[in-house]
Design a protein around this ligand. Sequence first.
Ligand SMILES: C[S@@+](CC[C@H](N)C(=O)[O-])C[C@H]1O[C@@H](n2cnc3c(N)ncnc32)[C@H](O)[C@@H]1O
Length: 262
Amino acid sequence: MSNGCNALWTGEASEIVEHLLQEVITQRELGGDIDDPLTDKIKRCHEITSGQNIFLSHVLPRESEIQKKISSATLADPILRSASFMLSGHLVGELLKMVAEMTGAKTILEIGTFTGYSAVTLADTSFCEELVTLDNNPYCEEFLERQLKGTRLEEKIRVVIGHALDSLQKLRDEGKSFDMVFIDSNKTEYLDYYKCILDNNLLNARGVILCDNIMWGSDTFMDQSSPIGRALHRFVEFVKTDDRVDQMVFPLRDGVMLIRSK
Ligand SMILES: C[S@@+](CC[C@H](N)C(=O)[O-])C[C@H]1O[C@@H](n2cnc3c(N)ncnc32)[C@H](O)[C@@H]1O
């Protein structure tokens, strides 16, 4: 799950820890344990976790006008605003931007458009010539096209509507391949998307894949009884042992996996 665009989290796991620590502090204060050494240590842990968010917001570059426009239009849309938690948001957006700039990605594929926050973020990077974004919701396409009308990104972004696995086959049939892929769609299908991309040469040599929400809060490593936690765990285990790639997880918000084709 993604946070709203205005919230700044280091990750859902750290949010949970911060919340739990606050609860313990409150309980100890109610019990009169205000000045004992253990309460001091718990308070210090709370300060460190919450301080990370303040620090991150302090160093984060400003959002671009088009990012701000997408965020505020999402929150104003009567149909989409209730799902605004799906926006990848400013922090993950900056990571995407940084990777696209560092790798010089010219062709970028995104799986999971929603209202286009990450699509515009990536399409607006210096080397990007074409960004193809996939979603199964036609309303998302209409929404994004309305936002892009008359902007410099209008010609750069192509939305493909349909089930992502069908759209990937379509792109393969068109002979497309990409320097960078951002996966942010149905979490239980990450492994299918990944296999489809790698098996069909949709990723160029030395291309990169970023996958959002890889820890799904903490379900991927704490609670594989949830279908998403189980599916992401299976995905991570598969990628870890796939000789075609190197991978690591960035513990940003609820985790972004970075995969590099060898
Ligand atoms: C988390 S949102 C994407 C957020 C977007 N990347 C952003 O930064 O704002 C996930 C999107 O995936 C789409 N989706 C879910 N399952 C899909 C599927 N099987 N095929 C295509 N799109 C799908 C949903 O309609 C939704 O818009």
